[in-house]
Design a protein around this ligand. Sequence first.
Ligand code: MSP
Length: 637
Amino acid sequence: MKKTFYVTTPIYYVNAKPHLGHAYTTIFADTICRFHKLMGEETFFLTGTDEHGDKIVQAAESQGKSPQEYVDEISSLFKNLWPELDIENDKFIRTTDPYHKECVQRFLQIVYDKGDIYFGEYGGYYCFGCERFYTEKELVDGMCPDHKKPPTYIHEENYFFRMSKYQDWLREYINDNPDFIQPEPYRKEVLSMLKEPIGDLCISRPKKRLTWGIEMPFDKNFVTYVWFDALINYLSAIGWPDSEEFKKFWPAYHIIAKDILKPHAIFWPTMLKSAGVEIYKGLRVHGYWKVDETKMSKSLGNVVDPLSLKDKYGVDGFRYFLMREMHFGHDGNFSEKNMIERFNADLANDIGNLFNRTLSMINKYFKGKLKSQISFEDMDKELILLGKRSLNNYITSFESFNSAEGLENLMIFVRAVNKYIDSVAPWTLFKNKDLDRLNTVLWVVLICLRKIALALWPVMPSSSEKMLNAIGLALDVKSFDFKREVDDFSTWEISDNLPKNLNLFPRKEVFKEEKPKKEAKSSKNEEQESYIDFDVFQKVDLRVGKVLDAAKHPNADKLLCLKVDLGEQKPRSVVAGIAKYYKPDELIGKNVVMVANLKPRKLRGEISEGMVLAVHKKDGLQVLAIDGEIDPGSKIS
Ligand code: MSP
């Protein structure tokens, strides 16, 4: 039987139109799901809309529409957007669907019959924006920390879920299953939430205040709290408890952003435990997209519309950028300038050009037809070995939901193939009439292109299929096993009528940012220029990192290559110019101060994902280090 894989996105509120953030999570889930398909698994991918609660009623009222009319309209914006972005979800759930309502009531009844729901009185600070009660401790200066608005004090009778009963169990479960919540900083955040009593969860709203919700099965005067209703979508969509689909696919991986960690990491597992349903497989939490380093918000007018970007850069360029740019667990910064630069560097130059020049050489030298009988020389074998290594790393990264790292591993291979072509110089082989060797070289390159095109399929399905069709492979993912492809670079039927070229990613123009005109300044102004604003400083993410390993840089005497633990899933690779002052061994075990959000870059061929800070002294340089026990990744402010 095939391995199965079930992945979900949050179901989005229908109080606003879909934007970049929603598009990112859904493209991310689609990419991860396609990757599992490519690995030969049977997959199920769920997304949808969350349509109950106060927020929706208010949004509908503000537009003079009935809630139903309003949710139908916005939900269809989400539903119709996904195919435009090449997102292939297996199901689109709406919490107003009748089957979902029935399922929520069934779930509630089970938890109620178990004695885990009780009726009680409650007075608390309620934020309508978040649709939840806050404790006084959670408020910041008396305001909701998210909406920065004062909450409303509400006193009413309600139903409560005995969440506290499962607190110890949950803590133990998370400790025993380190892979349950990832990346690591979010797992730690949840464990620290569990150090304080989590209390019980108010799971109803009286109908006299809100009717737009699912009626409680044991009391007609109340509707279900929107989060309790929404989380159950992950079960109702696949026909819990009896359907074949449920038996086949549950438990799921849930992909969310950091904003909704608590309901997914605390409410949801305790709800499942109480109802006697197997706990979901894993929670994968990504960061937030900012736009030009600023929070995206309606009031700032910088909300990014995914469709307009798709129209401008093509769906694949857009998908590639999102998957390549956001490092899993970290926040990402969106700017069109970065997007164009990334498009030109990776897609137009490295990948597009590689395909194009290979096809055009095969056409020019062999009229589009290569012989497949070949023997490899050492440098061919080396390239293939590097390809296997990079693709295996790509697989490991995608298996741990790290698309940026996966694509970086793939790009290592792409660049190596380009370098291989440059160093064998097929044009010289042709000039010297060494046609057998020329055939072998182009054959090796073509095999590599096949693997690269396949590896791109999860991220850019349409371009990948164009590449594969051009070289004679009609991809049928249902009967595919990418791991086998990676292990076997030897045999392959290729098309004997390769096209002359394939212009996949024409370069984009980099638009020039208008620089503010410099005005004549007084000396006072110039003096002020040497200051930076506090918010500029705040952008620098300083962290404590533990040096796990250090070695000399293979190509540069002044540099050392470090592996530094920042409390993330994987240690960072950091290249530091300190070889003159430190022997590698002297650094191992030190808690150094790191700039953690520097854009990764290569230093003499080695990737560097951060910078170690040091003090310049008269007689040299001293790395800034912190004494004593301290958790790697601790923030310095
Ligand atoms: N309805 C709830 C989720 C219920 S799931 C059982 C909800 N909806 S939401 O419309 O607010 O969507 C939140 C999600 O949208 C985030 O977790 C994330 O997936 C995505 N994003 C919204 N803005 C985002 C960014 N700026 N950046 C990245 N993702 C963001 O919460």
